[in-house]
Design a protein around this ligand. Structure first.
Ligand SMILES: C[S@@+](CC[C@H](N)C(=O)[O-])C[C@H]1O[C@@H](n2cnc3c(N)ncnc32)[C@H](O)[C@@H]1O
Length: 183
C-alpha cells in the first residue's frame, strides 16, 4: 500500500527510484559479462526477491546476506568473497559509496544513475581504493518493474543508468572498462 501511494503521488524522484525493480534484460546484460562461477551477493533484494530469483534461474550462486545476519543491509557484515551485484535504493547511494570506502575488500557492481559518475564521493572512493571503475551502460532508457506487480512501468526511467563496477582495493574490474548494452 505504501508503495502504491508513493508511486501514485510521484514523490521526489529519489524516493521512487528506491523501489523500482530491475528489468530481467538489464540483469542478463550484466550476468553475461561476469564470470559464470563468480558468487554473488544481492543485498537489496526487495520483498518479492525477483532479481535474486532471476539470477538463480540463470544458474548463479546468489545470497541476500550472511547467514544469520539482519535483513537490514546497514546492519550486515561485508561478504568480500562474493561480488555485490545490486540495484540499490537510489536515495541511499551516497551512504552506500561511503560504506564501500569503509569496506575496501568488497567488490561491487551497482545499477546507478550515470550522474553518479561525476560526484566527489565516487571520486573519493576510487582514489582511496586506487582502482579504475568499469561501466556497462544502456543505449536506451530502462523500464523498471513496478514492485507490487512485477510489471514493467509504462514510462522509461527519466535518467540514464548503468552497471558501475568498483573493484576491491588495488584490484581490476571483471567487466570490460566501458561497454554498451541493450535490455
Ligand atoms: C531499487 S529497489 C531494487 C530491488 C532489487 N535489488 C532489484 O534489483 O530489483 C531497492 C530495494 O532495496 C530495499 N531496501 C531499502 N533499504 C534497505 C535496507 N536498508 N536493507 C535491505 N533492503 C533495503 C527496498 O525495499 C527495495 O526493494
Amino acid at each position: 500500500m505504501y508503495t502504491k501511494n508513493l508511486l501514485k503521488t510521484g514523490e521526489a524522484h529519489a524516493r521512487t527510484g528506491d523501489l523500482y525493480e530491475t528489468p530481467p534484460g538489464a540483469l542478463d546484460a550484466v550476468l553475461e559479462r561476469l564470470p559464470p562461477a563468480a558468487p554473488l551477493w544481492e543485498p537489496f533484494p526487495g520483498e518479492a526477491r525477483r532479481s535474486t530469483q532471476h539470477m538463480r534461474a540463470r544458474g548463479r550462486d546468489v545470497v541476500n546476506k550472511a547467514e544469520g545476519a539482519s535483513d537490514d543491509f546497514w546492519e550486515q557484515p561485508p561478504l568480500p568473497e562474493r561480488v555485490m551485484l545490486t540495484n540499490p535504493p537510489f536515495s541511499q547511494k551516497v551512504r552506500l559509496f561511503r560504506w564501500l570506502q569503509e569496506h575496501p575488500a568488497q567488490r561491487a557492481v551497482l545499477l546507478i544513475p550515470v550522474e553518479a559518475l561525476q560526484t566527489a564521493y565516487l571520486d573519493a572512493l576510487l582514489t582511496a581504493r586506487g582502482v579504475r571503475p568499469a561501466l556497462l551502460y544502456f543505449t536506451r532508457r530502462l523500464k523498471f518493474l513496478e514492485p507490487d506487480t512485477g510489471e514493467p512501468l509504462r514510462r522509461p526511467f527519466p535518467y540514464g543508468v548503468g552497471w558501475l563496477e568498483i573493484p576491491p582495493a588495488g584490484g581490476e574490474p571483471l567487466l570490460p572498462a566501458l561497454s554498451p548494452a541493450t535490455a
